[in-house]
Design a protein. Structure first.
Length: 387
């Protein structure tokens, strides 16, 4: 069978893409490896922390405090701190979570603790919070100064763009002469050994994981660039509405009454209350019992000073574009597609260090082969004897 001869333009394009692939991998491969490893660590954060929380030893018939009463006791327990977030589960044996912010230290003084729902007593900090907070800072902006407003976000955003180019360019370089033959995509040619075998593994896994990497990178850009987020929202017809505002000092009892009235007839697995730094526009995020994932929740904004409903956004009534926007985080970590999606994102994220290390290895091996080739050519040139 005659070998396939590629046109000169195709050969030139492949060489250019090979150089671009190598340059992006060498310049941002380490960043992608770090983002992948930390992303894998965050994939099952909620499940890990939930497993580490000991259930409350409720006796038969023992009641727990109403959420509003629990909030009031939590506020009195820490007079020098402001409540930023409160979360209560439908299961009474699960401790409530509350986040305090030190008024003097600002956002840096934020801490999340567990509350005994029987008496409002603080049980201790949320397990592994410091670990996962550090991992998240590294994942999102490499823990660089400025947090989400510093250069770290630009670097990780650039790495996400590089991952898109690497995935698409790698697919072109991987494209077989017989694309309809499944063996060309899913098998390694026989006879490959050493570095050449690992190169085939690099190509094979890259081709299989390309779609997941594109999904991860395209959704990750949501938190890197405001222009990208705004463009996606306009494209999906789900531009963010202006947040409702209200003045006055919030009353948690009134706010919870307003929330109960707005959500009458609904059953929730978990209710989260977000308290603004200023004003009394309290935001409730309630997760329905049959929710697809953690971000498929109903949103209700209540004027905490009066109990009046300011805005409602029920998940079941959202158009498809708004569903995608509200679920961007769950799409990014794969939970939007259930457990198989989370496992796929976990495996592909954990594989990024392999692609970075193997890519550097292949590059150095090519350089070494070129040096040896030049040395052989020089040695083959014999000096002309002078007669």
């Amino acid at each position: 069978m005659r070998p396939t001869i590629r046109p000169p333009r195709t050969i030139a394009l492949r060489k250019w893409l090979q150089r671009l692939h190598s340059w992006l991998g060498l310049s941002l491969g380490l960043v992608l490896a770090v983002m992948g490893a930390t992303g894998a660590m965050l994939s099952f954060q909620d499940d890990i922390q939930a497993r580490l929380i000991a259930p409350l030893p409720l006796r038969a018939g023992e009641a727990v405090l109403a959420p509003a009463v629990l909030l009031q006791r939590a506020a009195l327990a820490q007079p020098g701190k402001a409540i930023a977030r409160f979360e209560v589960d439908s299961d009474p044996t699960v401790p409530a979570r509350i986040s305090y912010v030190d008024k003097a230290a600002g956002a840096k003084g934020r801490e999340t603790v567990l509350l005994d729902r029987r008496d409002g007593r603080i049980l201790g900090p949320l397990p592994a919070t410091a670990l996962f907070d550090t991992v998240e800072r590294v994942h999102r902006w490499l823990a660089m100064p400025g947090n989400g407003k510093g250069w770290g976000r630009i670097v990780t955003g650039s790495a996400a763009i590089a991952l898109i180019v690497l995935a698409l360019g790698g697919l072109y370089l991987r494209w077989p002469t017989k694309p309809r033959d499944w063996r060309a995509w899913l098998t390694i040619p026989p006879g490959r050994k050493g570095r050449w075998w690992w190169r085939e593994v690099h190509l094979l896994l890259g081709g299989l994981m390309m779609a997941v990497y594109l999904l991860s990178a395209l959704t990750g850009l949501w938190w890197s660039f405001d222009w990208y987020r705004g463009g996606v929202q306009r494209l999906l017809g789900a531009e963010q509405a202006e947040k409702a505002k209200a003045r006055g000092k919030p009353d948690f009892a009134l706010a919870w009454q307003g929330f109960d009235a707005a959500t009458a007839g609904h059953s929730y697995r978990r209710i989260m209350l977000i308290v603004p730094e200023k004003g009394s526009a309290l935001r409730f995020r309630a997760l329905p019992v049959a929710a697809r994932h953690n971000r498929a929740d109903d949103a209700v904004t209540i004027d905490g000073a009066t109990g009046k409903v300011l805005a409602t956004d029920f998940a079941a009534q959202r158009p498809s574009g708004a569903v995608i926007v509200a679920s961007m985080f769950e799409i990014h970590r794969g939970a939007f597609f259930g457990l198989p999606g989370r496992i796929a994102l976990f495996v592909t994220s954990l594989s990024l260090p392999f692609f970075a290390i193997s890519g550097v290895w292949f590059y150095l091996a090519r350089r070494r082969m070129k040096r040896k080739g030049r040395a052989r050519r020089v040695a083959s040139v014999q000096p002309i004897a002078t007669l």
